[in-house]
Structures are given as structure tokens and as C-alpha cells.
Ligand binder design. Structure first.
Ligand code: GLN
Length: 288
């Protein structure tokens, strides 16, 4: 029952993926929503674009679509014994593999720090970044984003007996975030002091060890950490953390690849593939 409900919630989030954009309220959110409208308008004419065309898109290595990711973000990307591409697994990795293969290419993964992804795109080290990456105005200055494929929100992970019930309750608490993630951006905008860690697991360990009171991180990933660690719970505050959207990033101006990715995402949202992947990987992490 518990599992089914979570999976259903994720499916719902998937189907809502076309609606809003980042993130923490205030002006940044207003700007982002305008951008979302633009993104939708840009792709309005691609409805009939066919999936399965063979690869004509120029890539870093011919016939290979190289995706950059940061495999520290379950259920979207993580390292597993039986990965979908090499040792890499997750919703994003499965999407990457399908898109490449449907377009006559193979998918390759380059795993790197989240903060390096947009630089790697600019350098041509990767063709696209798929990393549960939230579309944000400042990121749009250095990369182009596809249509969104998933809607998320920031949540707070706290100890089960915590008195934190809303974002405002974090004011006098020790807050942990992950460097460069939306959670850091949001807490920063709220004006609270915080400590930033390189990895979600490190931030959560601080919480488990009682060295911090709350971790602000993306919803689906938070669920994984709560499942994996005894004594933690999730606190939501929809008025403080608005919805944000994940999309794939490409090098600025690479419209050929952007169009290909947009057609593929559009088809996968329409035929339920992305919802199914979301449900599958959520079930898996819940069942562990
Ligand atoms: N969605 C968050 C962001 O874009 C975290 C992404 C991630 O860690 N892969 O900042």
C-alpha cells in the first residue's frame, strides 16, 4: 500500500512534468515560469516528429551519444552492480539509452561532479547532460534545455522526532545541502546559513549522526535516503518550495540534438514510458 502510493505519486509527478518550472518562490520563480512557457512554445510544432529515425545528429564520437551525469542521485542516476549503461542505472540512464538506440546510436555515460556538467557541455566533453537537472534561469545562460520530463520539489529530511514542520522552522537550525543543487539555491534565497556537502549521502550522514538538523534536497532522492536510513522522515512545505522541472541540457545552439531529444521526450511522456520508468525505479528503491 505504502509502496503503491509512492509509485502513484511519482507517476502523477511525471504526468505533471509539463506544467511549472523551478523552484523556491520569489522573483526567480516568476522568471522561470516565463521561461517554461517559452520552452513549451518552442516545441509546439514537434508533435508529429517521429521517434526511431536513424542517427544523423553530429556527436562528439560518431554513432555515440555521450551523456554526462552525476551518478549520486537515486532514483535518477546511481551506480549499481547491474547497470543499464556500464555500471550506471536509474531513470535518466534508462531514458538516455533508449533515446540513443532509437536514433541509431549507442549511449555512453561520463560520470562527473554535478557542478562540472555544464562546463563539460561547453567544452564538448559530453553531448548532453542528463542528471535530474532542474531548469534554472542562470543555467539557461550556459546551456539549452529540452522540454521538461519530470516535476520535482525540494523537501526537508529531518529526524523522526524533529520539531521542524515548515521551512520557516529551519531558521535556528543547522541546515545541510548539497553543493550546487537546487536545495542550496533555495536555502540561500531564504537567507539561512547552511553547510554544503559534495554528495547527498554525506549530507544525510551528518543528519543521521546528529551534526545537522535538516537536509534540503529533491523529493524522490530524499525518499531514497529516508528508506535507507532508520529514524528519518520527510517534511514538505509547498508554499516555500515550489515545483521545479528536470530537463536534459545540451550545448548552447545545438538545435539539431535539442530537437532530437525533444521529440524523444515528447513521445516518451505521451506513451507513458517515462511514467513507467519512474514507477519502476521508485518501487525498486522502496523495496530495498
Ligand atoms: N535537481 C537538482 C538540481 O538540478 C539536483 C540534481 C542532481 O543532483 N542531479 O540542482
Amino acid at each position: 500500500m505504502k509502496k503503491g502510493t509512492k509509485a502513484a505519486a511519482l507517476v502523477l509527478a511525471m504526468t505533471m512534468a509539463m506544467s511549472f518550472l523551478t523552484a523556491c518562490g520569489g522573483d526567480a520563480d516568476k522568471e522561470a515560469k516565463t521561461a517554461s512557457t517559452e520552452a513549451t512554445a518552442d516545441t509546439a510544432g514537434t508533435e508529429t516528429a517521429d521517434e526511431g529515425q536513424t542517427g544523423t545528429v553530429a556527436t562528439k564520437t560518431e554513432g555515440v551519444l555521450t551523456f554526462g551525469t552525476n551518478a549520486e542521485f537515486p532514483p535518477f542516476e546511481f551506480v549499481s552492480g547491474s547497470g543499464v549503461i556500464d555500471q550506471y542505472d536509474g531513470i535518466d540512464i534508462a531514458i538516455a539509452k533508449q533515446i540513443a538506440e532509437e536514433n541509431g546510436m549507442t549511449a555512453a555515460i561520463e560520470n562527473m561532479e554535478f557542478a562540472s556538467l555544464l562546463i563539460a557541455l561547453e567544452n564538448g566533453q559530453i553531448d548532453a547532460a542528463i542528471a535530474g537537472m532542474t531548469v534554472m534561469e542562470d543555467r539557461k545562460e550556459s546551456a539549452d534545455f529540452t522540454i521538461p520530463y519530470y516535476t520535482a520539489t525540494q523537501v526537508m529530511i529531518v529526524k523522526e522526532d524533529s520539531d521542524i514542520a515548515a521551512a520557516a522552522d529551519m531558521a535556528d537550525k543547522k541546515i545541510c545541502v548539497v553543493e550546487g543543487y537546487t536545495g542550496e539555491v533555495c536555502v540561500n534565497e531564504m537567507g539561512y546559513p547552511y553547510e554544503a556537502f559534495k554528495k547527498g549521502t554525506e549530507a544525510v550522514m551528518e543528519l543521521v549522526n546528529g551534526k545537522c538538523d535538516v537536509v534540503v534536497i529533491d523529493s524522490a532522492t530524499a525518499q531514497k535516503y529516508v528508506n535507507d536510513n532508520e529514524g528519518l522522515k520527510i517534511v514538505e512545505d509547498a508554499s516555500a518550495f515550489e515545483s521545479e522541472e528536470y530537463a536534459i541540457a545540451v550545448k548552447k545552439g545545438n538545435t539539431e540534438l535539442l530537437d532530437m531529444l525533444n521529440s524523444a521526450i515528447e513521445a516518451k511522456l505521451a506513451d507513458g514510458t517515462i511514467s513507467e520508468l519512474g514507477a519502476k525505479y521508485t518501487e525498486e528503491i522502496t523495496a530495498e
